[in-house]
Design a protein around this ligand. Structure first.
Ligand SMILES: [Mn+2]
Length: 323
């Protein structure tokens, strides 16, 4: 399916639309939702922007961030899902609409996408869903103003790790350059995203680094956050989402892992790979998924057991690759 088909569908659709994204929203989820929401609003649509979870404080500077609600006012006929690999990624929102006969538009860049929509546009080469939304807004003939540009730039800069990850392409930079040309305030974006980390969060990072381990092959490194510490640090978490990239950055390491015990015996695992291993496949072995170089899953088992299982499976992948 062409992105133009999605644009045409939206042009012909009812003027009542909802835009939703995944739970525990990141910069791409929030930035894409807001950018598309603001664009559609400018085009005269009646828009509901919905996320099951509250918006992390670091994204509160984004124009329209106060427009995102945690539930529907009413359920419109067309619902646009952004940055969700599966319909269940939207959490409670998915539950509310399940069984209803609605038009679901699925716009995403995860390789693990299940094509759950009535209309699906999945571009796994896009560095962020924000890149796709940029193209969609253009196809909708909506001018990209400074507010929309700020949201899209945030989506892209966060999902590409500030243009460092392998998902960064020529298109990523071309779009970013165009967004900068709209006059967005890079200093503000920088200050909110990377230069306002609470001291408590930096201290948590110190604790995390203390848990660093490297396996005997020296190709797998990981950090661990047990539940007692997770609970104690509470809201500092929004600042450590990217910490999984730290073990990966070690010389010679191919796979970086982050084990976060979010409830007793319930562990969220973050996977990153440097250049060879497909961590989407690795995470899928545990019921998760994502991208080739970044993925995740949730396992219900004691922390030590999860670490053992995941590291063992990661080692098998490394050995298969003949490293
Ligand atoms: Mn994304």
């Amino acid at each position: 399916m062409d992105l133009a088909d999605i644009a045409n569908f939206i042009k012909k659709a009812d003027k009542e639309l909802a835009v939703v994204s995944h739970t525990n929203p990141d910069g791409d989820a929030i930035g894409s939702t807001l950018a598309l929401g603001l664009a559609l609003e400018n085009l005269g649509y009646n828009i509901q922007l919905i996320n099951q979870d509250n918006i992390p404080r670091i994204y509160s500077f984004l124009p329209g961030s106060d427009l995102i609600r945690t539930s529907f006012l009413y359920i419109p006929d067309t619902i646009i899902f952004l940055d969700c690999s599966d319909i269940t990624r939207a959490g409670a929102i998915s539950g509310v609409i399940s069984g209803l006969n609605k038009n679901i538009i699925n716009i995403d860049h995860h390789i693990s996408n299940t094509f759950f929509g009535t209309l699906n546009y999945v571009d796994t080469k896009a560095g962020a869903t924000g890149e796709i939304v940029y193209n969609l807004i253009k196809l909708l003939d909506c001018p990209i103003n400074i507010e929309i540009a700020t949201c899209l730039y945030t989506a892209i800069v966060t999902d590409t790790g500030s243009f460092q990850f392998e998902n960064t392409t020529e298109q990523t930079h071309t779009i970013a350059a165009d967004l900068i040309s709209k006059g967005i305030n890079l200093a503000t974006i920088r200050r909110f995203l990377w230069e306002s980390i609470p001291l408590k969060s930096v201290k948590l990072q110190r604790k995390l680094l203390d848990t660093l381990e490297v396996d005997e092959t020296k190709k797998i490194a990981w950090v661990v956050l047990p539940y007692e510490i997770y609970k104690k640090y509470g809201s500092s978490f929004e600042h450590i989402e990217g910490f999984v990239n730290f073990p990966k950055s070690i010389e010679g390491v191919e796979i970086g892992l982050f084990f976060k015990e979010i409830e007793p015996n319930k562990v969220k695992v973050g996977f990153r790979s440097k250049s060879k291993v497909d961590v989407n496949k690795l995470a899928q072995k545990f019921g998760g998924g994502g991208h080739k170089r970044a993925a995740g899953c949730i396992l219900e088992a004691p922390l030590e057991e999860v670490i053992r299982q995941v590291v063992r499976e990661a080692q098998k992948t490394i050995i298969k690759k003949g490293e």
